[in-house]
Design a protein around this ligand. Structure first.
Ligand code: UGA
Length: 417
């Protein structure tokens, strides 16, 4: 927003995070975002605070960008951060303004928050709410924000629609869908569920391929030439993770059940189960290569982040596999270009290395579990000279199988002969 020319004040209750951001230090790994942060600070258009009172006095538009993680005691989304933010902000809203929800929420949340807002805000009905989900991907957050493929506006007043259309005008003309609160909320969870289903679909095909020695990579390529299917999100491997897809499909299902239409989304339970089985398959392949037991086996794990170009380890398939390998007695050494600090904090029981080569040195099995470019470009000949045994599991189906086999490696990958 500061890049588009607006005056922006970012608020967080985490004092340390606010201090770091105000000093130009980005607390997460996200391509291009550090430069935008520093531009914003230098231009004077971007500042940070921990004060709701200051934020309320400052903004005409207030974006709510809070996390809605999976609840500790079930599959539903935990909206407590969002509720707390509205409760803290609303009492300071004394003049007309627009509060805009960005978070991924159970359908019905916006309606509840609109009522809460008007109850608590001195501005009363002058404090309007809109629901405006975002679809950015980690690793491409800047690109997806500045060049979105669509804008969805859930609004109840013409003024809210005008304000948001005007606000997004500098983005050019992406398609804009104007709708009600419930539909806007559903668009987000429907989109993520569709993507998760597409990934699990190809991973279910991988299971079939494994039963008959067929090749899921060739199968996916052949499917992808049909424009109606397309190739995106049809990449087979150890499945999806992160802070969005896994918890969103569970929360979507839980909400459908509350609404009495659980049967409509029952298939998402299967999508989730297929995804989990792919992590187990990676462990199975490693165990096979180790000769049937991982007990005391030195194993290299390349990747800890849930996807490349991110340091996010939330529900990371790579770390889940690393932990399962360690659980079977393997001596695991993990390397990741960006997520090592986060991984160390979250899984202190695992071993860590300072490079891919260091992790693979002496390993009897090496697993590529996050497809960082650093790993897909590894030279099988050079790596073969340091590894204990030439056994590789290509968990993301990104390596050139023939080149690795020619260099003397036993190459295994999910869904491939
Ligand atoms: C996802 C959606 O793609 C975004 O559109 C959405 O805005 C975001 O969630 C969100 O709700 O905030 P993200 O979690 O950043 O974005 O990651 P994805 O690129 O969707 O990847 C998710 C997982 O699926 C990763 O673990 C990735 O490795 C895996 N994946 C992706 C596959 O296994 N195969 C594929 O073909 C594609």
């Amino acid at each position: 927003m500061a890049e588009l020319g607006y005056e922006v004040l970012g608020l967080d209750i985490d004092v340390d995070k606010v201090r770091r951001l105000a000093g130009g230090d980005l607390p997460i790994h996200e391509n291009g975002l550090g430069a935008l942060l520093r531009n914003g600070l230098e231009s004077g258009r971007l500042g940070f605070t921990t004060s709701f009172e200051e934020a309320a006095a400052f903004g005409d538009v207030h974006f709510l960008c809070l996390g809605t993680p999976q609840s500790a005691d079930g599959h539903a989304a935990d909206t407590s951060q969002l509720d707390a933010a509205v409760d803290a902000l609303a009492p300071h809203l004394v003049r007309p303004c627009l509060v805009v929800g960005k978070s991924t929420v159970p359908v019905g949340t916006a309606d509840r928050l609109a009522r809460r807002l008007q109850e608590l805000a001195p501005a009363g009905t002058g404090a309007d709410l809109a629901w405006n989900p975002e679809f950015l991907r980690e690793g491409f957050a800047v690109e997806d924000t500045l060049r979105p493929d669509r804008i969805v506006l859930g609004v109840r007043t013409a003024q809210a629609e005008r304000t948001l259309r005007e606000l997004y005008r500098p983005l050019g003309g992406p398609p804009c869908v104007v709708t009600d609160f419930a539909t806007a909320e559903l668009v987000k969870t429907a989109a993520n569920s569709f993507l998760a289903t597409k990934i699990s679909y190809i991973n279910a095909m991988a299971e079939l391929c494994e039963a008959v020695d067929a090749d899921v990579v060739a199968l996916a390529e052949a499917l992808s030439h049909d424009d109606r299917i397309g190739k995106r999100f049809l990449h087979p491997g150890i499945g999806f993770g992160g802070g969005c897809l896994p918890k969103d499909i569970r929360a979507f299902r839980a909400r459908a059940e509350e609404l009495g239409v659980g049967h409509a989304l029952a298939f998402l339970g299967e999508v989730d189960a297929i995804n989990t089985r792919r992590r187990e398959r990676a462990v199975e392949l490693a165990r096979d290569l180790a000769g049937g037991s991982l007990e005391n086996c030195p194993v290299a794990v390349l990747g800890a982040a849930f996807k490349p170009d991110s340091d996010d380890i939330r529900d990371s398939p790579a770390l889940a596999v690393a932990k399962a390998l360690a659980g079977e007695g393997a001596r695991v050494s993990v390397y990741d270009p960006a997520a090592l600090d986060n991984a160390r904090k979250s899984c202190p029981e695992l071993g860590y290395a300072g490079s891919a080569v260091e992790a693979a040195t002496g390993a009897r099995v090496t697993l590529l579990l996050t497809e960082w470019a650093d790993f897909t470009g590894l030279d099988p000949v050079a790596l073969g000279t340091v590894s204990g045994e030439r056994n590789i599991v290509d968990g993301r189906n990104v390596l050139d199988a023939a080149a690795w086999r020619t260099a003397g490696w036993n190459y295994r990958a999910p869904g491939r002969p």
